[in-house]
Ligand binder design. Structure first.
Ligand code: ADP
Length: 396
């Protein structure tokens, strides 16, 4: 039995003299055999159970074969196997812990990289932006808050880049606009100073100088208006106005100018619409639009100002029979210094600022302006304003 079960058996008599043993007695076995403090009652008794420290775990059981033979059976199980197994297990646990720690470390490094990389690139992008370099590209990958933030930074950079480009173009155009009349002024002033010049010639040159200075003055005036609008120094003071009477008085003034150029101006308004507008600013809007109709329409053409009420809205339409605006230019005509035909516009005296001013003023009134045009047929500007309802129509 003991040969198969890896267990040592020692049989002693009641005096604990060894009768039989399965293997030679060593000191550890001897120590167990000498233990006194166990119950002599029937049934087994555990003599030694500490498998960590002792060489054996051991039990003792009394026996009586009924033929007068009595004694004890000691069963000793070697702890070598258990200890070796536990040492083996410990080694595995240690390896598992090392592997888990390594995995955790790699995961943390990876997560830190994944989380901090976009933040680092956003930090670099904002640093570049603050140094004036707006051509940055922020990587947008995720759809979470970090992705949103990087999208916002990207759109901020794009907007600033666009503004920078626009500002440079704007400055270049202004320099160009100023250079041309100033060259004329300087050139004609030089000629005008010649002593040999006749009085008629001098007057002719003085007239040109005056014309060109007027141009510069007008340009600076319009630029100043736009600058005020940009700096929010531009405020509109609205009043409750009868639009029919208001446009009618502008019409009366403008009609003569049209007439002098062999052109016709008509006004149509069938109702008495009441609106809240800044009369001085709004007059500038209508005059700018009429000025364009006059500049870009041929002789004998008709320009019509029509006011219509529609669903609590007032439409002011200015329809001319001029040369029209090509469809590719239509989206840009409200941009500053934009002119469809640069050379011809210079002859007619425009800087491409009139419509930009019109748009700013109309939008300051919480209204909007659109344009429809066909080349060779004419152009129609439509301003949409909010109408004051019947119960609030009292004019101050
Ligand atoms: P400008 O002082 O050059 O007229 P605007 O800002 O008033 O500047 O107009 C921008 C451009 O739009 C003009 O240069 C012109 O080419 C075009 N435009 C404006 N109004 C009309 C119109 N009624 N008919 C044809 N072209 C127009």
């Amino acid at each position: 039995m003991e040969a198969q079960a890896d267990t040592e058996v020692v049989i002693t008599n009641t005096n604990r003299d060894i009768i039989k043993t399965s293997s030679p007695i060593d000191s550890a076995t001897q120590f167990i055999l000498e233990k006194e403090n166990f119950s002599h009652a029937e049934g087994g008794h555990i003599l030694q159970s500490d498998w960590k420290k002792e060489k054996y775990i051991a039990t003792v059981s009394p026996f009586n074969d009924g033929k007068g033979n009595q004694g004890y059976v000691y069963m000793l199980k070697s702890t070598d196997h258990i200890q070796a197994f536990i040492t083996h297990l410990n080694r595995h646990f240690l390896l598992a812990i090392v592997l888990i720690l390594l995995f955790l470390f790699i995961t943390i490094i990876f997560l830190l990289k994944v989380l901090t990389k976009p933040l680092v690139s956003m930090k670099e992008a904002t640093k570049k932006i603050s140094n004036g370099d707006f051509s940055v590209t922020v990587p947008i990958k995720s759809n979470d808050e970090i992705g949103e933030l990087s999208k916002s930074i990207q759109s901020l950079a794009n907007d600033l880049n666009y503004l920078k480009k626009e500002r440079n173009e704007f400055l270049a155009s202004i320099s160009h606009e100023l250079r041309t009349p100033l060259t004329y002024i300087k050139g004609y002033a030089d000629i005008g100073r010649r002593k040999t010049l006749s009085e008629t010639e001098r007057m002719k040159y003085l007239y040109i100088i005056h014309e060109e200075s007027e141009r510069v003055y007008l340009l600076l005036q319009e630029l100043f208006d736009l600058a005020k609008m940009d700096q929010n120094m531009f405020t509109i003071q609205t009043e409750r106005v009868n639009l029919k009477q208001f446009i009618s008085s502008i019409y009366e003034k403008a009609r003569l100018v049209f007439h002098n150029q062999e052109k016709e101006l008509l006004f149509m308004c069938t109702s008495e619409p009441i609106v809240d507008i800044d009369p001085r600013r709004f007059e500038q809007v209508i005059l700018n639009l009429l000025d364009n109709a006059l500049k870009y329409s041929p002789e004998k053409s008709i320009t019509l100002i029509e006011v219509q009420s529609m669903n609590n809205e007032i439409l002011i339409k200015l329809q001319d029979e001029g040369n029209g605006i090509p469809s590719e230019d239509l989206p840009h005509i409200f941009n500053r210094l934009y002119r469809v035909d640069k050379s011809r516009s210079r002859l007619t005296g425009g800087f491409g600022l009139g419509l930009a001013i019109v748009k700013e003023i109309v939008e300051a009134h919480n209204a909007d302006i659109i344009v429809e045009s066909k080349v060779g047929e004419g152009t129609c500007f439509i301003i949409r304003l909010k109408e004051i309802s019947d119960e609030n129509r009292t004019i101050s």
